[in-house]
Write a protein that binds this ligand. Structure first.
Ligand code: ATP
Ligand code: SF4
Ligand code: MG
Length: 359
């Protein structure tokens, strides 16, 4: 592991606390991310899930200091290896980016420059953080990285342009670029969305292998709880710019306590595909972040709000409180006994084979 930022012993490599991101626009203030806290240790993967517009990308871009200061209002704290990123100067941010922290984007075509050969782009990414290296060394490193991400004939491919690569290969090239400086923190924003299922699985395997090798901390952003179940240690569920459930994969995926997480689980297409489970999309649309609903942002779509007394769900924002699965598991919901409802109403729908027959 190299990278400018050194981990602080006993502290997570990435620690986000009370992060809030607002965009003033002509239509009003976009409340993109509100009071978001999470942490990731070296060698661990955090999956961030949520529907489109829930604040996944905006929060992750803040970690790299990628928001334009003139248009984004950012408060709270983001510490990478103990260094505060919020308010950090552009030159220090540049040093952090691509060195200690790298990001892989959803769309490789947008991230790779179409007019430059893949190798040139990799070489430049390396030389920015290794000014003492020669061009020859940088090119050798580029070929090595293309080889590591499984690109055949890397010494020939290094001289090709992005359009000469297939979609899966471009994604691999972008991963190579993200990893060329051995970042300690890798943020992968929907890295496989545009790819077919087989290539998707290969890329996820590759990310896991590389993570094990580099012992990096990984944040994987995805719509897909199935992907999270496969690769993540922890999972953070976002809704309307806030965390609504957070814990280990085991806690959140086997004993979820927030109806939105139940909805996400129900809408995973292949969970128990041959067990009689049904895929049930969450009805309704994600909330507007210009004028979010009062109370619990999920209340207009929640099928369980009538189990909460009075109009609490529509008037009062639930706090993020410990769930029954231990302190690291937190959820934002007013339901008094979510476990009983999950066992009686949700589990039979999404995984009938897991429901015990009465004796
Ligand atoms: N620069 C900006 N100015 C104004 N609003 C913005 C800006 N960037 C993002 N937003 C808004 O912030 C909200 C959160 O966006 P974000 O891109 O984080 O969603 P996401 O969870 O990553 O969604 P997706 O799954 O579609 O990628 C959205 O409502 C988006 O329109
Ligand atoms: S607080 Fe109410 S509306 Fe929100 S998820 Fe819980 S039950 Fe549903
Ligand atoms: Mg996004």
């Amino acid at each position: 592991m190299s990278g400018a930022a050194r981990p602080v012993e006993g502290e997570p490599y990435l620690a986000v606390e009370d992060l809030t991101v607002r965009f003033p626009t002509a239509d009003g203030l976009v409340q993109a991310v509100t009071d978001l806290s999470y942490s990731v240790e070296l060698g661990k993967t955090l999956g961030i899930v949520g529907e489109s517009g829930s604040g996944k990308s905006v929060s992750s871009m803040a970690v790299l200091g990628l928001h334009d200061r003139r248009s984004a209002q950012i408060t709270g704290s983001i510490k990478v290896a103990g260094t505060e990123v919020v308010g950090l100067s552009e030159s220090k941010l540049r040093d952090l980016r691509g060195n200690a922290v790298a990001m892989i984007f959803q769309d490789a075509l947008a991230a790779l420059h179409p007019f430059y050969k893949i190798g040139k782009q990799l070489v430049e990414a390396y030389l920015v953080h290794h000014p003492q290296a020669t061009k020859r060394e940088a090119r050798a490193r580029a070929v090595e990285m293309l080889d590591r991400v499984g690109i055949p004939q890397p010494d020939r491919r290094v001289d090709q342009y992005p359009h000469q690569f297939s979609g899966g290969m471009r994604q691999r090239a972008m991963i190579a670029m993200g990893l060329i400086n051995d970042p300690s923190l890798l943020i992968a924003d929907e890295p496989t969305t545009a790819l077919d299922v087989t290539v998707q699985a290969q890329i996820l395997d590759l990310l896991q292998d590389l993570q094990r090798e580099f012992n990096s901390a990984v944040v994987l952003i995805t719509h897909d709880l199935g992907v999270v179940a496969e690769v993540a240690d922890d999972v953070l569920v976002m809704y309307g710019g806030r965390a609504v459930e957070y814990g280990t994969c085991k806690q959140v995926l086997t004993r979820p306590e927030m109806p939105y997480t139940w909805g996400l689980l129900s809408s995973v297409p292949d969970i128990g595909a041959d067990t009689g489970a049904r895929m049930i999309p969450i009805p309704g649309n994600p909330p507007s972040l210009l004028a979010p609903p009062t109370g619990c942002a999920f209340h207009p779509r929640c099928a369980h709000k009538d189990k909460v007394p009075g109009d609490l769900c529509s008037t009062t924002l639930p706090e993020l409180l410990p769930g029954s699965e231990g302190e690291r598991h937190v959820k934002r919901c007013h339901l008094a006994d979510p476990d009983a409802i999950f066992a009686a109403e949700v589990l039979p729908e999404i995984a009938p084979d897991l429901v015990e027959e009465p004796r």
